[in-house]
Design a protein around this ligand. Sequence first.
Ligand code: SAM
Length: 281
Amino acid sequence: MPSKPKLGQNLLIDHQAAERIAAALGDVAGRTVVEIGPGRGAITGELAARASHVLAVELDSEFAAALRRRFPAGRVTILEQDVLRFDFAAARARAGMKLRVVGNLPYYITSPLLLKLAASHAALDLAVLMVQQEVAARVTAAPGSRDYGLLTVTVQIHGPVEPLFTLPPSAFSPPPQVRSTVFRWRFAPRFAELGIADPAGFLRFARRAFAHKRKTLANNLRAAGFAPPAVTAALAQAGIHPQSRAEALPLETLARLWNGFQSAPHADNPQLIGAQEGEPS
Ligand code: SAM
């Protein structure tokens, strides 16, 4: 069965790496684990030996059929569907506890998938995910670094992330063009701690703040429709230098800025509409 590049089918052939990925989920005895894109089952086999139930979500019907033959009904349930349509909340309700998630992700849907996991955070405990090295760098970046941006903020506001290990192209068949990094994401949203009463509004605001990488934060906010005097006042109140870029701001500072706008609303503040327009870059 030839692999389908369109579905991001770079299959893991490094058995040790599959073991390390499964082990990074921690003790999953008694837990339900959702695997995104099981492929030919390199990681699924490891999970079947550790978890009480594995929900393996695979879009490719040939892979799904082969997996059903390899894992007859029991600990592993193969669901042939698009993971972007998978209902994590319903699966969590059926499992009776928060889910752990694992996957060597199909790279073509990495960003929408990370957004979906963020939006499903209430159903999730932790995730161990393999993504392109440069995406992992963005997800785990610190403020002020080249890689820090909207994707970083969107992921990290839902809980801490840590890079685990990186694999060369030779760990996969066919080998991808790039190196791949596994990272762990513990779901522990920071909205309440940062005083953010309207998480969706904050994420829309962040999208505007990071809209143009070359512009200052103030210019991005003005371009989004905030009145210049309101921007100047809010930056000063949050202790942010007028020439700062959003890339320099820790989550705490960005939240302080947003909360400042919220607590002293100006009549001419824009409606920050369309949380789902595009994806974080
Ligand atoms: N886990 C396997 C491994 O490590 O060898 C396969 C990983 S491969 C990078 C990505 C897998 O995701 C493929 O099996 C592919 O068919 C599957 N896939 C692609 N798009 C998907 C989608 N939208 N929903 C579910 N699975 C998908």
